[in-house]
Write a protein that binds this ligand. Structure first.
Ligand SMILES: C[S@@+](CC[C@H](N)C(=O)[O-])C[C@H]1O[C@@H](n2cnc3c(N)ncnc32)[C@H](O)[C@@H]1O
Length: 250
């Protein structure tokens, strides 16, 4: 079941790259959730498929010379902004399990002539980087798609250097999800059905041993009219984009 869900996610994001005309379709996770990146230093329009739900680099307190890891980096949208922030003496890793995304991201990096960014194909539930090798972990609208979020936060703690931190934008829920949504195998549904209740999300971060947990930004998300009746039938169930900070203590 979990494997087939991941294969489904990979297939959908491969299609986003193949179509290469912005967001995949009205059923795309992220449609209507994303924010305007274009004013950010390092922004590269070819990497922006409109798939994010926040601006994690804005809150991530990235400094020159640091090593940054972007989980679910897509075509490199946040990595290129982080690359401008860390400068030539820093390093940015982008990790994504959809090969077409990492190929596209590498192509984008080559077009930009960047040597401080590296894209890796792999699963964020099993981050292929050594322990304590990263100063800042960022991510934009990805963990809602991942079955085992506790495992991802444990992996984040493992790769962070002591004192390092994460700033992650993600979708969370508030209220009881409608039964129709839970039974819907569609891709859009998987973004929301896969999203955790906000309180559980924060507890899962704490359970991984991360500290100083803080919601840096919070924004209620709305859906296009065509999807609202099916996915947000009442005010009792809402979805939010949150950007969460947490640190690895000494
Ligand atoms: C909504 S898109 C966001 C992409 C990018 N962060 C952005 O804002 O443009 C989700 C991305 O996460 C990737 N992804 C989903 N689950 C993943 C996993 N378990 N491991 C690695 N990447 C994953 C997908 O391949 C896709 O590129």
């Amino acid at each position: 079941m979990i494997k087939s869900m991941k294969e489904h996610v990979k297939q959908q994001y491969s299609k986003v790259v193949e179509q290469a005309d912005g967001c995949c379709s009205a059923a795309c996770c992220g449609e209507g959730f994303n924010q305007d990146y274009s004013a950010l230093s390092g922004y590269y329009a070819q990497a922006d498929y409109g798939l994010g739900c926040g601006l994690p680099t804005e809150s991530a307190r990235i400094r020159r010379g640091q090593t940054v890891l972007d989980l679910g980096s897509g075509a490199g949208n946040d990595c290129f902004v982080a690359s401008a922030e860390v400068g030539a003496e820093g390093k940015v890793y982008g990790l994504d399990f959809t090969e077409q995304m990492t190929l596209k991201a590498r192509h984008n990096a080559a077009q930009l002539g960047l040597s401080n960014v590296e894209f890796i194909t792999g699963d964020i539930e099993d981050i292929p980087l050594p322990a304590a090798s990263v100063d800042v972990v960022i991510s934009n609208c990805v963990l809602n798609l991942v079955p085992d979020k506790a495992r991802v936060f444990a992996q984040i703690r493992r790769v962070l250097a002591v004192g390092g931190h994460m700033s992650i934008a993600d979708v969370v829920t508030v209220g009881e999800a409608p039964a129709a949504l839970r039974g819907d195998a569609g891709f859009f549904a998987s973004c929301i059905a896969g999203a955790m209740p906000k309180g559980d999300y924060l507890q899962t971060i704490a359970g991984a041993g991360l500290v100083d947990i803080e919601i840096q930004k919070e924004r209620q998300l709305d859906l296009p009219q065509s999807l609202r009746a099916a996915y947000l039938p009442s005010d009792d169930f809402q979805i939010y984009s949150i950007t969460v900070f947490a640190r690895k203590a000494a």
